[in-house]
Design a protein around this ligand. Structure first.
Ligand code: GRG
Length: 303
């Protein structure tokens, strides 16, 4: 029977959503507001792609998916923090995200900044907590692998990853840039967090060096292709599907693959990246079917 990616994504999105719902403990008044804002953005929708990539990596390595669940929740918290801060007036100044008012519109700017800070730090609280205690009940993680995974996630989220890429993105707005600068922006801003979702999952599953490197390379290519598709959706996507207005890159004179290479050139590049990505995990068995299907979906997704 052909693999049903749509049902697979829907099933795991539901599982991740259920865990995320429990991850924020409400503080009493007057600090309750920031928890509400964190909850609002975390539960405002979202494909849960990064957590699902972690789960699919565990499957590809023939490991129990529960091993990566706390880290999958943490990665989604980091991702949501980055979206909240990216939407702020000082950054992209967007009113809509995931089809709903952005955090600073639904609350206010100060609360949105704090909600982002709260989600980023909560991620590391979850990552560094004792997973053998409820609700996780995971007893079989090598502590050194866990520390290395946390270290990799911190690097991918910080100046050597997403924060560095976001800074380069802001600094080059309105300027003509070369391909290598665009590559720096995309690989740091977007690909780093997607790559680390796979590599950290490999570490938590105690993968051998070959599998870990293969998943890391696969993840990096997926991340770049994901960003190229994101750039294309900003030109030819459907606003209702995406949940925010299109055309913002052109309006803000952002450097993108379609701007540099044209729509067809960008599509060709994304296809090449996915072809190479699939070659890195060729040696993995049928258990890697979900990862392969997600890779194909990345370049055809409509939201
Ligand atoms: C503020 C440090 C900091 C970084 C912001 C995430 C980001 C970096 C900017 C958001 C703008 C953008 C278009 C980023 C690249 C692609 C991307 C991350 C899109 C959103 O991810 P999806 O499509 O979103 O997985 P959902 O809503 O499905 O979770």
């Amino acid at each position: 029977m052909p693999f049903d990616l749509k049902s697979y994504l829907a099933h795991y999105k539901k599982r991740v959503d259920a865990l995320l719902k429990e991850v924020i403990e409400m503080e009493p008044e007057p600090a309750k507001k920031v928890c509400e804002a964190m909850q609002y953005s975390l539960m405002a929708g979202g494909k849960r792609l990064r957590p699902i990539l972690m789960i699919s990596s565990a499957k590809a390595l023939e490991k129990d998916e529960s091993i990566v669940m706390p880290a999958a929740c943490a990665i989604e918290c980091i991702h949501t923090y980055s979206l909240i801060h990216d939407d702020l007036p000082a950054m992209d100044d967007d009113d809509l995200r995931r089809g709903k008012p952005t955090c600073h519109k639904a609350f206010n700017e100060a609360i949105a900044i704090l909600a982002g800070d709260g989600l980023l730090t909560l991620a590391f609280e979850v990552l560094s907590s004792d997973w053998s205690k409820s609700p996780w009940d995971i007893n079989y993680i090598d502590p050194m692998c866990k520390i290395e995974a946390i270290n990799l996630i911190a690097r991918a989220a910080g100046i050597k990853g997403m924060v560095g890429g976001q800074c380069a993105d802001i600094e080059t707005e309105g300027k003509t840039i070369e391909e290598k600068t665009l590559y720096y922006i995309h690989s740091h801003k977007t690909a780093a967090m997607i790559q680390v979702s796979l590599e950290a999952a490999a570490l938590l599953c105690n993968a051998n060096r070959r599998d870990r490197e293969a998943l890391a390379k696969f993840g990096f290519n997926l991340g770049l292709a994901f960003q190229i598709r994101d750039d294309l959706l900003d030109i030819e996507g459907d606003e209702k599907q995406i949940g925010k207005p299109i055309g913002s890159d052109i309006k803000k004179q952002k450097a993108t693959y379609p701007a540099l290479f044209g729509i067809e050139g960008a599509k060709k590049r994304a296809n090449e990246l996915i072809k190479d990505a699939l070659s890195y995990i060729e040696h993995l068995g049928d258990e890697a079917t979900p990862l392969r299907a997600i890779a194909q979906y990345i370049i055809y997704r409509d939201k």
